[in-house]
Design a protein around this ligand. Structure first.
Ligand code: IPE
Ligand code: IPE
Ligand code: MG
Length: 226
């Protein structure tokens, strides 16, 4: 019996190196990365089994980058989410954002909220963008919410207060050859199957995704059992 794949998460890495190898600015790599986001999201929306696609787009540590790159990423994000609305509606994609959105500009926050509201009835796929997201930060905010609600700590209670509506991730893919989590979904990845590829994110294709999924399907997931 093959493993069901309901929640796929991706650490979209390697945009900068993709650009550098072509003698381009890093920002060109981010621009090319947007095309991959579209391609992979639409593929997942067509797959009847995949319900959720969580994409790591900006970490709580990415503010350390040069201001020019951070500003560019914020601009690109605003533009992307706004432009994407028609496609979300066309392909039945529900949009969500996780992470601490409070440091973003009101304009960006409005764009995210309006898009979430517009697409909330769509059912083919939920695309979750992780923005100013850190796994540790998410857990701290969840603990705070759990305490504010006066609840006894438990895995169930804490899980409920996390940003992610579906907590368990079935498969995590990281592109670009790095083999680390970089503070992504620490709680939700406890029993996730991991896959790493050398391919830079802008070069990542649906064919490669399919190959990784087919491999995942045949793995023996034990969850601590035998
Ligand atoms: C991933 O690509 C995109 C973001 C983190 C926003 P990088 O920008 O990290 O690309 P590399 O790792 O420097 O090649
Ligand atoms: C992780 O990639 C964050 C995103 C993909 C958004 P990084 O490129 O920031 O991670 P490190 O610094 O290589 O660990
Ligand atoms: Mg990187």
């Amino acid at each position: 019996m093959s493993n069901p794949l309901r929640h796929l998460a991706i650490i979209m890495d390697g945009n900068g190196r993709w650009a550098k190898e072509r003698g381009l600015r890093r920002t060109k790599g981010h621009e090319a990365g947007v095309e991959s986001v579209r391609r992979i999201t639409e593929y997942c929306a067509e797959d009847p089994e995949i319900e959720t696609l969580t994409l790591y787009a900006f970490s709580t540590e990415n503010w350390k980058r040069p201001k020019m790159e951070v500003d560019y990423l914020m601009h690109l994000l605003e533009k992307f989410v706004r432009l994407e609305r028609d496609r979300y509606m066309e392909h039945g994609i529900r949009f969500e954002a996780i992470g601490d959105l409070s440091p973003f500009t009101p304009r960006l926050r409005d764009t995210l909220e309006e898009t979430r509201e517009l697409t909330k009835e769509n059912r083919n796929l939920t695309q979750i963008l992780a923005l100013n997201y850190g796994g540790r930060d998410e857990i701290v905010r969840a603990v705070q919410r759990m305490l504010d609600a006066g609840e006894e700590p438990s895995e169930e209670a804490l899980g409920r207060h996390l940003d992610t509506p579906y907590t368990d991730v079935d498969l995590l893919i990281r592109t670009s050859g790095e083999q680390r989590l970089s503070n992504f979904l620490l709680w939700q990845l406890s029993y996730t199957e991991l896959a790493f590829t050398q391919t830079y994110w802008p070069d990542f294709t649906v064919e490669e995704l399919r190959t990784i999924i087919d491999d995942f399907k045949e793995r023996h997931r034990k969850f601590g059992g035998i």
